[in-house]
Design a protein around this ligand. Structure first.
Ligand SMILES: O=C(O)CCC(=O)C(=O)O
Ligand SMILES: [Fe+2]
Length: 333
């Protein structure tokens, strides 16, 4: 069996960013131009133990409990098509169950069409008093969101453009998703489609994220692998108490590929694995058009405005063809 290479990700330190913003700003730009992945240390307010407890609580519940919050794709009695729970799906190489929610928008927000399911109200599991699941997770969402805003301010400083150049894209109604995940190990004789090189098994096939920026809590688990510039996979070393940050296609494309949306995958670790990604996504009408920087630098090709919502929907349904999203309805405005 070939041995896998391990990689230490570069570290962006929020404690240092308070005193030496320029240094961390330069670092984040150089990281995103090369590896595309970093650890984020010393983020105030992230409660890793609380996130862990939420994973344990929800995923230990029986399937009948989870059915009540399943997306309509899997439970036709429910009306939620985008938010909620999805089960492990037999026949798929992606082996995970997950629960997803978002920040709810105001019912009477005139800028949001009632048929725009990106903004559907989140559905929540019934609580049993063991922990304040909804309240806690909503609080952590806001901390993840604010952490991303700070990272984007550092990116802007490092790129030499006004500090808030990116943050307006997420104000006031981001389409971000907060997800908690459980990867049960493959059992018995795994199917051929789950097999990788060196006797490894897939938990999530290789992909780039479609969003703007991802903040992952991976606890003490290995299993995450990233594609290096030399075309080889490297296993990301674990760093409990730190977030793993990477960027998605949306951000990379806006900057003409200058920032890298790095391919990654998750390997079955032979035991239950839990992780908690926060997928930062712009507001539906946010302008994510290419040549974004030319608005500030007056260099290169001119900026071509494009709305996030229609672009990402097309990408998910027709380009990446995520099986769980293929039946999502088109959105008219
Ligand atoms: O669980 C992980 O380590 C990574 C998950 C991931 O890449 C994703 O959900 O897009
Ligand atoms: Fe990913």
């Amino acid at each position: 069996m070939a041995s896998v290479e391990f990689t230490d990700l570069p570290i962006i330190d929020f404690a240092k960013a308070k005193t030496d913003r320029d240094e961390q700003a330069k670092k984040i730009v150089s990281v995103l131009e090369s590896v595309g992945f970093a650890f984020i240390d010393n983020v105030q307010g992230i409660d890793y133990k609380g996130l862990w407890d939420c994973c344990q609580w929800l995923f230990a519940k029986p399937i009948d409990f989870k059915r009540k919050i399943m997306r309509k794709h899997w439970n036709s009695e429910n009306s939620n098509i985008y938010r909620g729970y999805f089960p492990v799906v037999p026949g798929q190489p992606s082996r995970q169950e997950a629960f997803e929610f978002a920040r709810d928008v105001k019912d009477d927000d005139p800028t949001i069409s009632k048929t725009n399911w990106f903004y559907e109200k989140s559905i929540w599991p019934e609580e049993d008093g063991a922990l304040p699941f909804k309240e806690f997770m909503q609080g952590q969402y806001e901390i993840m969101h604010e952490t991303c805003m700070e990272l984007l301010r550092l990116c802007a400083i490092g790129l030499g453009i006004p500090e808030e150049s990116f943050t307006d894209l997420f104000n006031p109604n981001p389409c971000s998703t907060f997800r908690i995940m459980h990867y049960p190990p493959w059992e018995g004789q795994p199917p051929e489609y789950a097999k990788l090189e060196d006797d490894k098994l897939i938990a999530i096939p290789e992909h780039t994220d479609s969003d703007f920026m991802t903040l992952l809590t991976a606890f003490h688990y290995g299993g995450l692998e990233i594609m290096q510039a030399n075309g080889k996979w490297a296993a990301v070393k674990t760093r409990p108490g730190s977030l793993v940050m990477n960027i998605g296609d949306t951000f990379s494309r806006m900057l003409g590929g200058r920032f890298k949306a790095t391919r990654h995958r998750v390997i079955d670790i032979g035991e239950d694995r839990y992780s908690v990604p926060f997928f930062l996504s712009p507001k539906f009408h946010g302008d994510i058009g290419v040549n974004f920087l030319s608005q500030y630098t007056q260099e290169g090709h001119s900026h071509v405005p494009e709305r996030f919502g229609p672009w990402v929907l097309h990408t998910m349904k027709h380009k990446k063809k995520y099986f769980e999203y293929t039946d999502l309805p088109e959105i008219e405005n």
